[in-house]
Design a protein around this ligand. Structure first.
Ligand code: FO1
Length: 322
């Protein structure tokens, strides 16, 4: 059964959040479900932190710090500053009072709540819905899984590290030689249902390796999407051979892929029938189509909310055209 005009969006962090904000401006929000990456999730200070879930929630709540792309606008950092006292005296080798991952004072409330609810036995799906409702987020936000599925990155300098170690502590400024996803997990029920029954599935302009990759690493994802490939459309996160934000272009190259819309098409060909690329990549349209993926050329840089809305509409049109 296909839910009427519903849209499910495979989502990572900043790029997906901007796209979802444009989609909310384009269609009824109650038709939209974001299926969000949790491979970035980490536990620090004894708190369960879900960065991509929070970036999407805060963005759609209008509360995101737009300049950073994560955390809350107007944030204060008193708790982190106060940790400095203890970081100064903790025994060497202690993981207590880490200061490389900044948690704002108001952001802490989200991690306190999520951690306490999970400890009571709630699922991440339940807690994510509670947090989204607390922020009056107009769409459904669901984690890709309720289980632990952690992205591990092998760097050429420190070997295998957690995603946040790579992305934040090492500022993703080191080459990667491998990425794997640790933990026995599969799609959460709500996520699987959304991907199977939505009229259209969109792969948001997120990092194909460490944002979309973790979702695809779950055993049920690719079979569900491959079976309905004709109504799955992807938006390229690579424009003119570069990522608009973050290390997606470098990671693609370092892992042996082509850091271009052609490389993205090759990665997504098994699960998506169309790829939206920016005007600057129009010369590569034939090579995208040679990968078996229909190429839709349209402005893809979401520099304004209106641009994001136009991209969302173009993407939905691409889905209905197939
Ligand atoms: N990114 C940083 O570059 N530095 C940080 O200190 C940092 C803290 C942080 C805290 C909460 C949160 O939800 C996200 C945070 N991020 C930080 C961003 C995070 O690493 C990324 O949002 C994702 O993991 C990648 O999209």
């Amino acid at each position: 059964m296909t839910a009427v005009d519903s849209v499910a969006v495979l989502s990572g962090g900043v790029g997906a959040a901007r796209f979802l904000a444009g989609l909310v401006d384009a269609i009824d929000a109650d038709r939209i479900t974001a299926v969000v990456n949790t491979g970035d999730d980490t536990e620090l200070h004894g708190l369960r932190i879900s960065p991509d879930l929070d970036t999407i929630t805060y963005t759609l709540a209008g509360a995101i710090d737009a300049e950073r792309g994560w955390g809350l606008a107007g944030e204060t950092w008193a708790a982190m500053d106060a940790l400095g006292r203890y970081a100064a005296i903790r025994p060497s080798g202690s993981a207590a009072a880490p200061q490389w991952f900044n948690l704002g004072d108001r952001d802490l409330a989200t991690h306190f709540y999520r951690t306490a609810r999970l400890r009571e036995g709630a699922t991440l799906t339940e807690v994510t819905d509670e947090i989204a409702r607390a922020w009056d987020v107009p769409i459904r936000v669901v984690p890709m899984t309720d289980d632990r599925r952690a992205t591990l990155v092998t760097t050429t300098t420190e070997g295998e590290v957690s995603f946040q170690d790579y992305f934040v502590r090492l500022r993703h400024a080191v080459p990667v030689s491998g990425v794997r996803f640790d933990g026995r997990a599969d799609l959460a029920e709500a996520a699987a249902d959304a991907l199977a029954t939505a009229a259209v599935v969109v792969i948001a302009p997120s990092n194909p390796i460490v944002s979309i990759g973790p979702i695809r690493s779950l055993p049920s994802t690719d079979p569900i999407l491959a079976a309905r490939r004709e109504s799955v459309v992807a938006v390229s996160p690579i424009v003119g051979g570069a990522a608009l934000k973050g290390p997606a272009d470098r990671m693609l190259t370092e892992l042996g892929h082509d850091a271009s819309v052609v490389g993205v098409a090759r990665l997504y060909a098994p699960i998506a029938s169309a790829l939206v690329v920016d005007d600057v990549d129009a010369p590569l349209a034939d090579r995208v189509e040679a990968e078996g993926v229909r190429c839709v050329v349209a402005p893809s840089v979401m520099s304004t909310r209106a641009a994001a809305r136009r991209l969302a509409l173009t993407t939905l049109d691409a889905a209905s055209a197939s």
